[in-house]
Design a protein around this ligand. Structure first.
Ligand code: ATP
Ligand code: MG
Ligand code: FE
Length: 338
C-alpha cells in the first residue's frame, strides 16, 4: 500500500507519502505569512497560492519519499470541510494524479484526518472520546470503532481556534492568535488568570462566542480608558485568562463524556491540540484513562494525517460505518479509459 495524500482545505498546501503505514514524507507549504497582513485567512488568496504551489509540493513529497509515481497504489485528498476554492485545488490535483496513474482516489474528511494524527503517537483503543479542537470546528466525538464518529457534543456558536484568533487580534497579537497566546502564556507562568464565567450549555455541547464577546467588550472599554492602548501586563493577563477559560470548558465537557460513555481512551486533535495548557490538562487524567495526544508536528493542517485516515478507509474496504454528516466521500475508482 503506497498512498499519496493531499491537503488544501485552508492555508496549508500539503502532500505526504505513506507506505505500508509508515510516513515517508510530509511536505507543508504554509501561507501564514501571506495571510498575516489581513489578520486572518483571505480565501481568494489561499486558492491562488494553493494553485501556485500544489504541483511542487507533490513532486517534493514523492522526491523526499524516494517513491516513483508508478509505485503509488492510492491517492487520498481532503474532500472537506474547508474553504471551497481552496479544497477544489487539492481535489482537482488529486483526481488528475489518480486518473493519470489509473489508481483509486479516496476523499477524506479533514476532521477525521485531525483525529488520525494521533496514530503517529499510538494505537486507538475503543470506546474512545475524541476531542476535535480546531480553527473552524469544536466537537466531542464518541468513537466505538475506527471511522465510526458519533458527535455527542459540539460548539453551538464559534469554534475554539476561531475564538482564540479573534481575542488575540483584539489584544494586539498576530495571526494565528492561538499560537501567539500559547507562546505568551508559556513565557509568563507566574501570571494568574482572572476568572471568566463558565458558559451554560446543555450536555456535552460547547460555547465560545459569549466568552469571546465579553472579553472583547472588556478590552475595548479598557483601551478607551487608556488612550486606545492595553499595557503589556494586561495583554498577558488576558491571554492567560482566555486560554484557561477556553481549555477548561473543553476538558471538563470531554471528561464528563468519557465518564458517561465509559471510554477507555481520550484523544485530542486539530490545530488547538498544539496548545500546551490543553495538552497538560488532558494528560492529568492519564491515571483514569488512556490519553493520547498527537505529536506536535501533526497538530495543525498537514497531509500525513489525511494519509493515516485514508489507510483505515482502504483497510475497511472503503466501508464507512458512520461518517461525519454533510460530506460526500469521493472514494470512486477512476477508470482511466472511462
Ligand atoms: P479546521 O481544521 O476546523 O478546518 P483549520 O484547518 O483552519 O480549521 P487548524 O489548522 O486545524 O485549523 O488549526 C488552526 C487553529 O489552531 C488556529 O485557530 C490557531 O490559532 C490554532 N492553534 C494553533 N496552535 C495553537 C496553540 N498552540 N494554542 C492554541 N491554538 C492554536
Ligand atoms: Mg492553517
Ligand atoms: Fe484543520
Amino acid at each position: 500500500l503506497c498512498i499519496l495524500a493531499l491537503e488544501s482545505s485552508c492555508d496549508e498546501t500539503a502532500a505526504a507519502v505513506l507506505k505500508d503505514g509508515e510516513m515517508k514524507s510530509n511536505i507543508i507549504s504554509t501561507q501564514i505569512k501571506e495571510h498575516q497582513k489581513f489578520g486572518g485567512v483571505y480565501p481568494e488568496l489561499a486558492s491562488r497560492l494553493h494553485l501556485q504551489n500544489v504541483a511542487s509540493v507533490i513532486f517534493m513529497a514523492l522526491d523526499k519519499a524516494g517513491i516513483k509515481p508508478e509505485e503509488l497504489t492510492h491517492v487520498a485528498v481532503t474532500a472537506g470541510p474547508g474553504l471551497p476554492g481552496a479544497l477544489q485545488v487539492g481535489v482537482i490535483a488529486a483526481k488528475t494524479v489518480a486518473a493519470y496513474l489509473g489508481i483509486p482516489l479516496i476523499g477524506v474528511h479533514h476532521l477525521a484526518g485531525h483525529l488520525y494524527a494521533n496514530e503517529y503517537a499510538g494505537d486507538f483503543h475503543f470506546p474512545m472520546i475524541a476531542c476535535l479542537a480546531s480553527g473552524g470546528n469544536s466537537e466531542i466525538i464518541l468513537m466505538k470503532d475506527h471511522l465510526d464518529f458519533e458527535i455527542v457534543g459540539q460548539t453551538l456558536d464559534d469554534a475554539i481556534g476561531e475564538a482564540f484568533d479573534k481575542v488575540a487580534r483584539e489584544i494586539g497579537l498576530p495571526y494565528p492568535g492561538g499560537v501567539a497566546i500559547d507562546k505568551l502564556c508559556k513565557a509568563h507562568p507566574e501570571v494568574k488568570p482572572f476568572k471568566l464565567p463558565f458558559p451554560r450549555v446543555p450536555g456535552y455541547n460547547l460555547s465560545y462566542s459569549g466568552l469571546k464577546s465579553a472579553i472583547i467588550r472588556k478590552v475595548e472599554q479598557e483601551k478607551a480608558q487608556n488612550g486606545g492602548k492595553l499595557s503589556d501586563e494586561r495583554v498577558i493577563e488576558y491571554a492567560k485568562s482566555v486560554e484557561v477559560a477556553f481549555v477548561n470548558q473543553f476538558v471538563r465537557k470531554a471528561f464528563k463524556a468519557a465518564e458517561d460513555f465509559h471510554a477507555k481512551m481520550v484523544i485530542i486533535g486539530g490545530g488547538v491540540s498544539a496548545n500546551s495548557y490543553l495538552r497538560s490538562e488532558v494528560l492529568k487524567h492519564k491515571d483514569e484513562y488512556e490519553v493520547l495526544i498527537p505529536p506536535m508536528w501533526c497538530t495543525t493542517d498537514n497531509a500525513s494525517m489525511i494519509a493515516k485516515a485514508a489507510d483505515h478507509i482502504i483497510d475497511a474496504g472503503y466501508g464507512i460505518k458512520r461518517y461525519y454528516p454533510n460530506i460526500e466521500v469521493i472514494n470512486n475508482n477512476i477508470d482511466p479509459k472511462g
